[in-house]
Ligand binder design. Structure first.
Ligand code: 16G
Ligand code: MG
Length: 539
């Protein structure tokens, strides 16, 4: 490693002194103007990670659903997964090293992680549509070249598309071709085959309205449109030509405000969905005939998908196990429905895709979704092999057809990451195949009214949790206070956790009525404020 050269390059991307950032739940995320040095250094780190794993590593420049002024960066590990936890620590150390210490910290990491510096490195880079993303991705490239890594810049892509590219390149093309064309081909082929024999032919089933959050999803859906146009017509809104990214629209807005996005014409009973700013989340919604808004979140998406998969499994008669993974944010009604009505095992993990993804890998078929709409379905290698073999060998027509459908589903899900485009195609296919309207889907179960609030505290790390974030350990007394409050309401539940992406404590409450959920959430917020060092206005 030529440390002098690195010092020289690094001086072009100086770190503002004293600035401390954390590699959080989904990488670094903050105001774009503070990120230039982080980008350069993540370029360097990606090269080390690539050398160490002897694989292609991805670097994605995006801040997902955050406001347009923010930006962020995350590294993608060899199988399209989130960066390994020990490397998150390296990332934090490197990003926070003062200018003069940076080369030494870089050396330390390569020693600690036993990186063979002679090994070649290859990095793929992608970015979202934020005005600052292009320049910041150039800084990533500077970092990669400073360490003499090779790279391919995919330019504007969704986050899941970059995960897909990484996965393809590290499986010698077995998973798919590592181009956008390859991605569209793979998904559209699976979609068209899956929906070939749909029961319904009416147009209303074949048209969906998409709120693209004024983000990258709009560009990529436009590119994809003609591949699926025979099976599905996609109407785009908030496509970035007018509005601001994630402003009053997009999956995060719709889910957290439980309101329709602005900028979308919604007629009653029309099927609509919203992507987030980097197109890795999706939620559905519609207005009923009385003009009431209905949200169909990640929990209901998981329910629809797992019931479809369970039926197919029954049809082919194979004992492949299926599990659903959720977080504490999953609506209590969804968990009850999955366990009691559908009889599928449900597991709860900490918030953040990497936790759910990890757990889902324990099953033949692991369905994971966060309530906020981030999720996918993972098939184990053994399950995939079995299903592909059955497609060839089965003689019984019905069983063979079911196996074929499962094969299409495997190809249609982005198994490297939750992907709004791929999830949308799966959902659209299931609704067509099962001849379900959005109202019928929504009626599977009734969500319990719920409320999320944020509380500002001096140091959110004073709150520690256990039991997949459902119980508070510290500060003392807080869990007892929550328990006492929860007892006052029916069908109630509440938990609090420090956010991994914002400097706040998050509060979640659900109860038998909206009024009660609101009142419980407020009472719990107050307890947090009083027992965990609240600052500013009392909730
Ligand atoms: C990030 C996570 C998402 C999680 C959210 C929680 C990834 C790719 N994204 O967006 O899964 O739900 O953070 O945010 O892991 P919070 O910690 O601020 O509540
Ligand atoms: Mg996102």
């Amino acid at each position: 490693m030529d440390l002098d050269a690195i010092t020289e390059y690094s001086a072009l991307h100086p770190k503002p002194s004293g600035l401390i950032l954390q590699y959080g739940t989904a990488g670094f995320r903050t105001k774009a103007e503070h990120l230039d040095h982080v980008m350069f250094r993540m370029g360097l780190l990606a090269v080390l990670r690539s050398k160490q794993t002897k694989s292609t590593i991805g670097v994605m420049v995006t801040a997902s659903h955050n406001p347009e002024e923010d930006n962020g960066v995350k590294l993608v590990d060899p199988l399209g997964e989130m960066l390994a936890p020990s490397w998150e620590e390296h990332a934090t150390c490197l990003a926070n090293a003062e200018e003069q210490d940076m080369p030494r910290v870089l050396m330390d990491i390569s020693v600690k992680a036993a990186v063979n510096l002679q090994q070649d490195a290859f990095i793929v880079i992608g970015r979202d549509t934020r005005p600052t993303s292009e320049k910041l991705s150039q800084s990533v490239i500077d970092g990669v070249t400073a360490l003499e890594g090779q790279f391919h810049d995919y330019g504007l892509v969704t986050t899941p598309q970059l995960h897909y590219m990484v996965y393809c390149r590290n499986t010698s093309g077995q998973y798919g071709e590592a181009t956008l064309e390859g991605y569209y081909q793979k998904l559209s082929k699976a979609f068209m085959e899956l929906t070939k024999q749909t029961l319904c032919s009416e147009d209303e089933y074949r048209s969906v309205k998409v709120d693209c959050a004024n983000g990258i999803g709009a560009l990529k859906l436009k590119e994809m449109e003609h591949y699926v146009s025979q099976g599905l017509s996609v109407q785009l809104f908030n496509d970035g030509t007018k509005g601001k990214l994630n402003h009053l629209c997009g999956a995060d807005f719709v889910k957290s405000h439980q309101k329709p996005p602005q900028g979308m014409e919604m007629k009653s009973n029309e099927r609509c969905c919203s992507f987030d700013g980097d197109a890795d989340r999706i939620v559905y919604h519609y207005l009923d005939v009385d003009g009431h808004f209905h949200l169909i979140d990640g929990d209901k998406i998981a329910t629809l998908i797992s019931s479809f998969l369970k039926e197919l499994l029954l049809e082919i008669g194979e004992s492949l196990n299926i599990g659903v993974v959720q977080t504490a944010y999953a609506n209590g009604s969804s968990t009850r429905y999955l366990e009691e009505v559908m009889k599928v095992p449900v597991y709860c993990t900490k918030t953040g895709v990497k936790h759910l993804h990890h757990k889902a890998q324990e099953f033949d078929i692991g369905v994971y979704f966060e309530a906020n709409g981030h999720g996918t379905v993972l098939f184990s290698k053994a399950a995939e092999t079995k299903i592909r073999q059955l497609t060839k060998e089965l003689e019984d027509e019905k069983r063979k057809a079911a196996a074929k459908m499962l094969e299409n589903v495997i190809d249609l899900f982005n198994q490297a990451a939750g992907d709004a485009i791929s999830d949308m195609l799966v959902i659209e296919a299931i609704l067509m195949l099962k001849d379900l309207t959005i109202q019928q889907w929504d009626a599977l179960y009734m969500d319990l009214p719920n409320r999320q609030l944020k509380v500002k505290v001096a140091d959110r790390q004073v709150i520690s949790t256990t039991d997949a974030e459902r119980q508070v350990v510290t500060p003392p007394g807080l869990q007892e206070a929550i328990n006492d409050l929860v007892k006052k309401y029916k069908l109630s539940r509440a938990f609090v956790r420090p956010s991994g992406t914002e400097d706040v404590v998050r509060v979640y409450a659900e109860a038998d009525s909206q009024e009660n959920a609101d009142s419980l959430a407020r009472a719990v917020s107050l307890a947090v404020f009083q027992l965990a060092g609240g600052v500013g206005e009392t909730p």
